[in-house]
Design a protein around this ligand. Structure first.
Ligand code: KIV
Length: 267
């Protein structure tokens, strides 16, 4: 069996200049396919609130739901590094509760790390969670749990805000974060943050100078025709494939060509 991808592997990849590929997954079947395709890390993102639950934001996602989906991903994989999102409200309110929630996610899901959103204001908490042995991935730039504070989905870190982004990233690194997601950040700013850090950066809508990339799997596979932000490349048209296959199934059920003799049991 191939060696497990760990936080050390990701750091080595960053040091060697080997780009890290991360993708989201929410169930065992997709996760197994992504592992077989060679991804380095799987993020069980709270984006499951959008793409699995059909919600408008990630805010309602619960710790129980993250544990449920992460445990499925862990069961479906052997080698890949699995990161579980800490959902909105499960951290940052009280330190004790935040640390307890991070422990719960690790114990009950089998994740290898947790991810949380926020910069300098989260540094002390990151230090506490890392201190009890839980690897923490940071998340800066556009942080979806703060969508209402941002007033929508806007690129972050432009102009003087770039200095704040660098300061946030350095604070997370100093607190012990092992990697940082940079979301919706101008490419030159993401490059600057990446240069300033020793730990890997993983970009989504942040250009190609980051140490790696992450995409939401439903988006990358083209499962939602209505979602086409500038940064997104659709590597497949699964919505077309699924629609075509389902239409064929419905047609064959209606005209009784399915099941034919080949797909029926004999006496
Ligand atoms: O929840 C998620 O899928 C994420 C990615 C967008 C990085 O946080």
């Amino acid at each position: 069996m191939a060696k497990k991808t760990s936080t050390r592997t990701l750091q080595r990849m960053r040091d060697e200049g080997t780009p890290i590929s991360m993708i989201t997954a929410y169930d065992a079947t997709f996760a197994a396919l992504f592992e077989r395709a060679g991804v380095d890390a799987i993020l069980v993102g709270d984006s499951l609130g959008n793409v699995v639950q059909g919600r408008g934001t990630t805010l309602p996602v619960t710790v129980d739901e993250i544990i449920y989906h992460t445990a499925a991903v862990v069961r479906g994989t052997e080698r890949v590094h699995v990161v579980a999102d800490l959902p909105f409200g499960s951290y940052g309110v009280s330190t004790a509760e935040s640390v307890a929630n991070a422990c719960r996610v690790m114990k009950e899901s089998g994740a290898h790390a947790v991810k949380l959103e926020g910069g300098r204001r989260m540094a002390e908490l990151v230090d506490q969670i890392v201190g009890i042995g839980v690897p923490v991935m940071g998340h800066l730039g556009f942080t979806p749990q703060s969508v209402h504070a941002f007033g929508g989905h806007y690129v972050q870190g432009r102009g003087t805000a770039a200095d704040d982004l660098v300061a946030d990233a350095l604070a997370l690194e100093a607190a012990g974060a092992y990697a940082i997601v940079l979301e919706l950040v101008p490419a030159p700013v993401a490059a600057r943050v990446t240069e300033a850090l020793r730990i890997p950066t993983i970009g989504i809508g942040a250009g190609n100078a980051t140490s790696g990339q992450v995409l939401v799997c439903y988006d990358m596979l083209g499962m939602n025709d209505a979602f086409s932000p500038k940064f997104l490349k659709k590597y497949a048209d699964l919505s077309g494939v699924i629609r075509g296959a389902t239409e064929a199934y419905v047609r064959e059920v209606r005209d009784r060509t399915y099941p034919d003799a080949e797909h029926a049991f004999e006496d």
